[in-house]
Unconditional design. Structure first.
Lengths: 581, 109
């Protein structure tokens, strides 16, 4: 009992007097605002196979590896070898940590059949072992798994209770952050021997139940003195990297938003959305079967890779090879991006695992690939896995995961009823852009229509467009509105032909008129020229007449002069002069 | 289980030697009582064929792991096998005898 007393390593938080020891269990620290109460004991209780031992072990391993807090495990149920082997698959190297002096595993074997009690005793033996172990590595964390074994094995319950209480005081005095595991008792009791009354600071309940043949695990914080905590049941999962708790309420709306637009790979669609969708936003593509949801999503991936960005394509319906083959038929070659290492294709049947396993797989893919654009095709497939509310919450968490990483997410979802514009998974409220694809049947053929249901923060087109899958990718066409409404397919082509014919007629008429006008212009020009000519002729005549007149006047003046001169030469001239006057 | 015979097997040449180890933590009243009770019982029921080793865990804490000691006082019957453990100050002689398998549980009074 001579373990040295260590000062608390963690500095008190500025907001709360309660110091917390992070467990390093993904999601759990988020849920509890920092982890377990530092220097106190936490009871983790649950039925067989509820992962309470694993919780304790991860608390120790993460403590030693990530928070520089060595730990001690007193294992009452399993041997150190068994424990080491059981958690090796989770990447926990217990033997390595022990060799490094960061962990002590003391497996306490109590065989009730070889034990008899007579008279008074105490648990100093256990205290001494624990103290020696704590001292040997300077432990800050202790896990007692499952200490209730003592109650069954040692008979005298009053003494064990008293000693247990003394043990907790001792742990607290030494500021050891402790996890005590307990077996769930019958009829709603938290533990079989009621030890929850000693663990007054924090109590967690782990639960493991089957629903629709799929195992789901839940964690609940029953009690956390002096700390706010969520009271819901939180799903958790055993992944190959330890536990993963999914705090639904962590969906805090605190994403960094971008004003950058990214193309969805179909220029006409980008145009409808005012230049593409915002980077890091979420696009939902819904539609009935065969409307081209996957192709549209693949176009966006293709565009992202063409920009040199990395992308992730998760399919719950097709294998990667199948996706590549099928998309090649519409001229989208995803294979080259896979070869370039830009694209990660991941196919998995949604029914293969539970929802939490699915979430965990997605999270892992996001962490590994760090994509700029990610496609989940199709989230509706998850409905096979869980109840509707659970699927919705899972998809919301997926959206959350991608948003918080700034990933432009494209979800596709099948809706069975073409008339209803609702998605089979009610997530439309959490997405930013919702594209609806629809088949319309007319004139013996089915054609596809695309409509922008909503696009947040975007002046988007209100137009319905025809969506074509060509051998060079997806294309959008302006729809032709005819007498019977929106025309698609051959009806559109027919209408277009008619329009072309009409246009041709119109242009011929125009040409005729233009020629007529030209002719008329020529005629008028000719007339004008003729008139000008006539005018010129007349003008010349006038000049001639004027010239003649001038000459006439001169002649008469000359005659008069001659006459006058003749009169001056005889008396007869006087008479003629008077006549002239 | 009855290789040692039911009770009072003293005197016989085939009688096994009892090798006993008593784990204690310091010199608490419980420790003192346990040592006294053990010595008295052995003298009475196993005269000449017992050996007692006292281990103080405060001095040798590492020894607790070897015999899986959690409570003190704990008496471990190392021999004859199988190993038996008797926890407590050994004040109940009947229980001690049952624990040492010198008397069967629920047997003769």
């Amino acid at each position: 009992m001579a373990a040295t007393i260590h000062p608390p390593r963690t500095a008190p938080s500025t907001r709360s007097a309660l110091v917390k020891a992070p467990t390093g269990i993904r999601g759990f620290d988020e849920l509890t605002g920092g982890g377990l109460p530092h220097g106190r004991a936490t009871l983790v209780t649950g039925g067989p196979g509820s992962c309470k031992t694993l919780f304790g072990l991860e608390f120790l391993v993460r403590g030693a590896e990530e928070f520089d807090e060595p730990g001690v495990l007193l294992a009452f149920e399993e041997s150190a070898t068994d424990l080491t082997e059981n958690v090796a698959s989770l990447g926990f190297d217990l033997a390595g940590l022990e060799a490094d002096g960061r962990l002590v595993i003391d497996a306490v074997r109590i065989d009730a059949s070889e034990i008899v009690t007579t008279g008074e005793f105490d648990l100093d033996g256990l205290f001494i072992r624990l103290a020696a172990a704590v001292q040997s590595v300077g432990a800050r964390r202790v896990v007692l798994d499952t200490i209730e074994v003592l109650f069954g094995a040692l008979g005298d319950e009053a003494i064990v209770r008293n000693e247990f209480s003394r043990l907790l005081r001792w742990l607290k005095d030494h500021e050891l952050t402790t996890v005590i595991t307990g077996e769930r008792g019958p009829e709603g009791q938290l533990t079989r021997f009621g030890i929850e009354e000693y663990a007054s600071d924090c109590v967690l309940v782990l639960d493991h139940r089957m629903r629709d043949e799929i195992a789901t695990r839940r964690l609940r914080v029953v009690k956390y003195r002096g700390s706010a905590h969520g009271t819901n049941e939180y799903p958790f999962l055993v992944t190959d990297r330890g536990l993963r708790v999914w705090p639904i309420t962590s969906t805090a709306l605190t994403y960094a938003v971008s004003t950058e637009r990214v193309s969805l790979g179909v220029p006409q669609l980008d145009e409808m959305l005012g230049g593409g969708v915002y980077r890091g936003s979420t696009v939902l593509i819904t539609g009935t079967a065969g409307t081209g949801k996957t192709t549209l999503a693949a176009s966006a991936v293709d565009a992202a890779c063409a920009r040199g960005e990395s992308a992730l394509f998760v399919s719950f319906e097709e294998s990667p090879d199948q996706i590549i083959r099928n998309l090649r038929s519409v001229g989208i070659d995803l294979g080259r991006w896979v070869d370039d290492g830009l694209l990660r294709l991941w196919g998995e049947r949604a029914t293969a695992f539970g929802l939490e396993a699915h979430l965990s797989a997605i999270e892992r893919l996001l962490e590994e690939s760090e994509p700029a654009v990610a496609v989940l095709d199709a989230v509706g497939s998850l409905s096979n896995v869980g109840a509707e509310a659970e699927v919705t919450s899972a998809v919301v968490r997926e959206v959350d995961m991608m948003k918080s990483r700034g990933v432009t997410a494209i979800l596709t979802s099948l809706n069975h009823d073409a008339q209803r514009e609702s998605s089979s998974v009610a997530v439309s409220s959490v997405v930013d852009t919702w594209l609806l694809l629809r088949n319309v049947e007319s004139d013996g053929e089915r054609n596809r229509l695309l409509f922008v249901m909503k696009s947040r923060g975007t002046a988007h087109s209100n137009q319905v467009r025809e969506f074509l899958l060509t051998d060079h990718g997806a294309e959008l066409l302006d729809v032709t509105v005819g007498a019977r409404g929106v025309l698609t397919g051959s009806a559109r082509l027919a209408q277009a032909a008619e329009e072309r014919a009409a246009a041709a007629d119109r242009s011929a008429e125009l040409e005729r008129r233009r020629l007529a006008l030209e002719r008329r212009t020529a005629e008028v020009d000719a007339q004008v020229a003729a008139l000008h000519a006539q005018l010129a002729t007349e003008s010349a005549e006038l000049d001639r007449l004027a010239a003649e007149e001038t000459r006439g006047a001169d002649a008469r003046a000359a005659d008069r002069e001659r006459l006058a001169r003749r009169r001056e030469s005889g008396p007869a001239d006087g008479r003629s002069e008077a006549r002239d006057g | 289980m009855d290789a040692n015979g039911p009770a009072h097997d003293d005197g016989s040449d085939s009688s096994p030697m009892y090798e006993l180890r008593l784990y204690l933590a310091g010199h608490s009243p419980k420790s003192v009582r346990a040592v006294e009770n053990l010595r008295r019982t052995c003298e009475e029921y196993l005269p000449g064929r017992y050996r007692i080793e006292l281990v103080d865990l405060l001095e040798n804490p590492q020894l607790a792991r070897g015999d899986e000691i959690i409570a003190v006082p704990t008496l471990v019957r190392k021999l004859p096998e199988p190993v038996r453990k008797i926890i407590g100050d050994l004040s109940d002689t009947e229980k001690l005898l049952v624990g040492l398998q010198l008397r069967s549980a629920g047997g003769r009074q």
